[in-house]
Design a binder for this molecule. Structure first.
Ligand code: XMP
Length: 319
């Protein structure tokens, strides 16, 4: 019988048998899968687990603080937080091409992760939040079935390069099972039911060149959208929702003053598998409230659009 408690009990035994007294390293992103792995491994082996969390400057508003609060303060997991905002921003300076940005972000993440790992001694294991659909997807990719429209980064290839043994405790589980496990392990519901967030983060939601100023504006607009989705009960009805920064300027008026500021687009989609998606038919009143709040509260934005493109032909992300 499938039951989160049974799965956890079995996993704890297996993990302890496999790992023994050895040390395990995990790249914690704050997403559902790596978070559940962190909580599970922490319960199984406590201090033998070290997590590395990289703040790349492309995270959502307060995201780094929330991850640290949940894992380091609340659960007592050993988490090394790496403040790498400046490194990512300077590596991305002048780069506008989406795939180029993805490569830079992915590579830099691996470099930083390896640097950190080298400073720790005697790590034998690398833990990853691979879940069953990832296993199937990469099998498809090997047989040539999957076409790469966008390169999706995880830390694939790292275990061999770093000569570490790989532990993937969620490898046989589906997403909804992973969520149940997370709740049972005491992770907050906001974390467990969070929409997926791409590895390159705001790096692919700021069109063209990434700048700190754009990221700051986008974070605030995105936070308002997400807050209003929660308030109205729509967050859980859509599969993914976010704001996109468009580096074009548009004229507006505020009081007596003329504004000439940037534009954000809102995107919300409904999908089962993220391979096809329908744009969410959010109520006009909700869109109106979000738009008013963004224009009034976020300096630097003068206009808000709503993306009514479905996938295909449009992708979910704008880049
Ligand atoms: P697209 O834009 O391809 O997105 O329709 C489908 C799903 O994949 C996510 N996505 C990414 N995830 N690295 C990731 O880890 C990436 O480079 C990336 N690009 C898109 C997207 O957020 C959506 O859930």
């Amino acid at each position: 019988l499938w039951n989160a408690n049974n799965i956890i009990e079995d996993s704890l035994i297996q993990i302890r048998q496999l790992v023994g007294k050895e040390a395990v390293l995990l790249a914690l992103s704050g997403g559902v899968d790596s978070s559940v792995v962190a909580a599970l491994l922490h319960r199984a082996i406590g201090e033998q687990l070290t997590c590395i969390f990289v703040d790349n400057g492309l995270l959502r508003l307060n995201e780094a603080d929330q991850v640290m609060a949940t894992f380091a303060q609340h659960l007592g997991v050993r988490v090394i937080k790496v403040d790498a905002q400046a490194r990512f921003l300077s590596a991305l300076a002048g780069v506008a091409d989406p795939e180029e940005k993805r490569k830079i972000i992915g590579r830099l993440f691996i470099d930083i992760f390896e640097e950190q790992a080298r400073q720790l001694n005697a790590i034998q294991w690398l833990a990853q939040g691979t879940i069953y659909p990832d296993v199937i997807e990469s099998a498809g990719a090997k047989s040539g079935k999957a076409h790469v429209i966008k390169s999706h980064h995880n830390v694939g290839g790292l275990p061999e390069r770093m000569q570490l043994k790989l532990i993937e405790p969620l490898r046989e589980l589906f997403k909804d099972e992973v969520r149940q496990l997370g709740l049972t392990l005491g992770l907050p519901a906001e974390m467990v039911f969070r929409h997926p967030f791409p590895g390159p983060g705001l790096g692919v939601r700021i069109l063209g060149e990434v700048r700190e100023e754009y990221a700051d504006i986008l974070r605030r607009a995105d936070a308002i959208f997400i807050e209003e989705l929660h308030q109205s009960g729509w967050y859980s009805k859509v599969s993914q929702a976010f704001a996109v920064f468009l580096p074009v300027r548009s004229v507006g008026v505020m009081g007596d003053a003329r504004r000439y500021d940037y534009v954000v687009a809102l995107r919300a989609v409904e999908t089962i598998d993220f391979m096809t998606a329908r744009w969410a038919h959010l109520p006009y009143e909700l869109l109106e409230r979000v738009s008013n709040r963004i224009i009034n509260e976020v300096n630097g934005i003068s206009r808000v659009g709503y993306d009514i493109s479905s996938k295909p032909p449009a992708t979910i992300e704008w880049e």
